[in-house]
Design a protein around this ligand. Structure first.
Ligand code: F0G
Length: 454
C-alpha cells in the first residue's frame, strides 16, 4: 500500500487559522526572526517539537478522569510506576514534571566542577544542566553519525573505542556514562541493542553507572526490531526491557514516548542515589508519589505507555518520516538519511551553501519555511550548539533544520502540503540571506536570542 494508514480516527479537532505570506513576514520580523517567539496560532503546521504536542487517545482522556489527586500515596502514582516498570525494570521510579527536571536532579548528584560526562550526543537541556553544575559534557557518537547522507542503520551508536579511551583518560572525574535513545541532536538516529550492551559493559569495566536518556525508547526499539540482526521476531516491549536492563538508571521526558502533554521521570537502581534524588525532588518538584505532576497526568502517562509500544502505531509513525524524506530527496533537498524516529532533518548547510555557518543557514531556512508556508521548524546547528561557556563561537558539526512530527497529530495531507512548500522554496532558495545575532543569553541561547537579517 502506498497510502500511510493512520491507525486512528479523529474524534476531536483543533482548527488551524490560515495566514497569508504578508502576515507571516510581519509576524516573524516582530518575533526577531526567532521561531520560538511566534504565537502558536500564527503557525499552520507546527513542527517545532514532538514534545508534549501529541494527541492523547480517548483511553488517555478517560484515565485523566480516573486521576487521584491525593498528596501522598495516590493510586495514580502506583499505576504510573507499574506501567514504567513493565517496560523498564528499575527499582526506583521518581516522577518529575519533565525530562530536564530529571536531568537537574541527576546532575545535582553527578555534576560539579571538574567532572566529565560522555554521551552519544547530549541534548541541549542535558548539556545545559551539566554545564550549569560546572561539569563538562562530551559527545562520542560514531563518525557515521555526523555524516548526514550516510546510510548506517544505527547512526546514534556511541564510538566504543573513543569511549574506552575517554574513560581511561578522564578516570575518576567521570561520574557516569550516558547514551541517548534515539540520538535527538544527531538526527533522531537509533542506537543498536548491541551498542547499548557494549556501552554498559565498558561502564561496568570502569565501575561507572550507566544512564540512558530514554525519551524516544519505543521508536528506538522499532528500529532495533527492523534493522538489527536477530531482533525482527521479538516484541517491542521485550526489546525495550532488554535495553533498560543494561542500565543503572534513566532520565525520561514523558512528553515524547509516553504520549504525555507533560511529565517525566528519573529512574535509579541504587538505593542511596535514589534517596538523594528524592530529597532533591521534595525540595524542587514535589512529594515522591507525584513529583511535579498531578494525579491525572500520571494516569494519562500510565495509559500512554501501553499505547506507544503498539506496532501499528510505530509503523505509521516511522513510515510518515520515511515518506517525507523520500519526497524531499526526490526534490533534491538534502536530508539526514536514513529516516530518524521523530523528525525529518534537512541539511541546511548543504542546501544553502552560499550562507556560511556563522550566518546560520539553519535559521535562515527555518525563517523561510515559516514565511513561505507557515511551517515552524527548529534550527539544530550553530545557533543551538555554536556558543561556548567562554564566550567564543564556532560552527556546529552540522547545520540542520528539524521538522519534528508531533505524535498522532497531522495527516498525510499535511505532509503533502509541507512538501509543496519545499517545492516552492527550491525555486527561490538561492536568494535567501543569513542572519546575525543581536541579543543573546549566556546559556541555551536559541530559545530567546534575537536576530537581524543580513
Ligand atoms: N533529552 C532529550 C533527548 C530530549 O529530546 C529532550 C527534549 C529532553 C531530554 C528534555 O526533556 O523537554 O521534557 O524537559 N526535547 C524536546 C525537543 C524539547 O524538542 O527535542 P523535557
Amino acid at each position: 500500500m502506498k497510502t500511510i494508514f493512520e491507525p486512528f480516527r479523529i474524534k476531536t479537532v483543533e482548527p488551524i487559522r490560515v495566514t497569508t505570506r504578508d502576515e507571516r513576514e510581519r509576524l516573524i520580523k516582530d518575533a526577531h526572526y526567532n521561531l520560538f517567539g511566534l504565537h502558536a496560532d500564527d503557525v499552520l503546521i507546527d513542527l517545532l517539537t514532538d514534545s508534549g504536542t501529541g494527541a492523547m487517545s480517548a483511553a488517555q482522556w478517560a484515565a485523566v478522569m480516573r486521576g487521584d489527586e491525593s498528596y501522598a500515596g495516590s493510586p495514580s502514582f502506583y499505576r504510573f510506576e507499574a506501567a514504567v516498570k513493565a517496560l523498564m525494570p528499575f527499582t526506583h521510579i521518581i516522577p518529575t514534571h519533565q525530562g530536564r527536571a530529571a536531568e537537574a536532579i541527576l546532575f545535582s548528584i553527578f555534576g560539579g566542577p571538574g567532572r566529565n560526562i560522555p554521551n552519544n550526543t547530549h541534548f541541549d537541556t542535558t548539556r545545559g544542566n551539566i554545564e550549569a553544575s560546572g561539569a563538562a559534557g562530551h559527545d562520542l557518537v560514531i563518525a557515521e553519525g555526523k555524516d548526514p547522507g550516510g546510510l548506517h542503520p544505527f547512526k546514534g551508536n556511541i564510538d566504543l573505542e573513543r569511549l574506552e579511551f575517554y574513560l581511561g583518560e578522564h578516570g575518576d572525574s567521570v561520574p557516569c556514562v550516558m547514551t541517548t535513545i534515539t540520538n535527538n541532536a544527531g538526527g533522531g538516529q537509533p542506537v543498536s541493542l548491541a551498542n547499548i550492551r557494549a556501552t554498559a559493559a565498558l561502564a561496568r569495566k570502569f565501575n561507572k553507572p550507566f544512564i540512558i536518556d530514554g525519551c524516544r525508547f519505543a521508536e528506538n526499539a522499532w528500529f532495533i526490531k527492523q534493522r538489527e540482526a536477530g531482533q525482527g521476531a521479538r516484541s517491542i516491549p521485550d526489546i525495550v526491557n532488554d535495553c533498560f536492563a543494561e542500565a543503572d538508571g534513566m532520565t525520561m521526558s514523558a512528553k515524547k514516548d509516553a504520549f504525555g502533554n507533560i511529565g517525566g521521570w528519573l529512574a535509579l537502581n541504587d538505593d542511596d542515589l535514589a534517596e538523594q534524588a528524592r530529597n532533591h525532588l521534595i525540595r524542587t518538584e514535589g512529594f515522591p508519589t507525584y513529583g511535579g505532576l498531578s494525579g491525572r497526568d500520571l494516569d494519562a502517562l500510565a495509559q500512554g505507555l501501553t499505547e506507544i509500544v503498539d506496532e501499528d502505531y510505530l509503523r505509521y509513525r516511522i513510515r510518515t518520516n520515511e515518506y517525507i524524506i523520500e519526497r524531499l530527496d526526490a526534490l533534491g533537498v538534502p536530508v539526514v538519511k536514513p529516516a530518524g524516529g521523530h523528525a525529518v532533518f534537512v541539511d541546511a548547510r548543504a542546501w544553502l551553501p552560499h550562507i556560511p555557518p556563522l550566518e546560520y543557514p539553519g535559521q535562515a531556512l527555518s525563517v523561510a519555511l515559516y514565511e513561505t508556508g507557515g511551517i515552524r521548524g527548529c534550527e539544530i546547528g550553530t545557533v543551538m550548539f555554536g556558543a561556548h561557556p567562554d564566550g567564543t563561537e564556532t560552527p556546529a558539526p552540522m547545520d540542520l533544520v528539524r521538522l519534528a512530527i508531533p505524535r498522532r497529530t497531522y495527516t498525510q495531507s499535511h505532509a503533502d502540503y509541507m512538501i509543496e512548500v519545499f517545492e516552492d522554496l527550491s525555486r527561490t532558495k538561492d536568494s535567501l540571506r543569513g542572519l546575525r545575532i543581536v541579543r543573546q543569553p549566556k546559556l541555551m541561547r536559541h530559545f530567546t536570542c534575537r536576530f537581524e537579517r543580513l
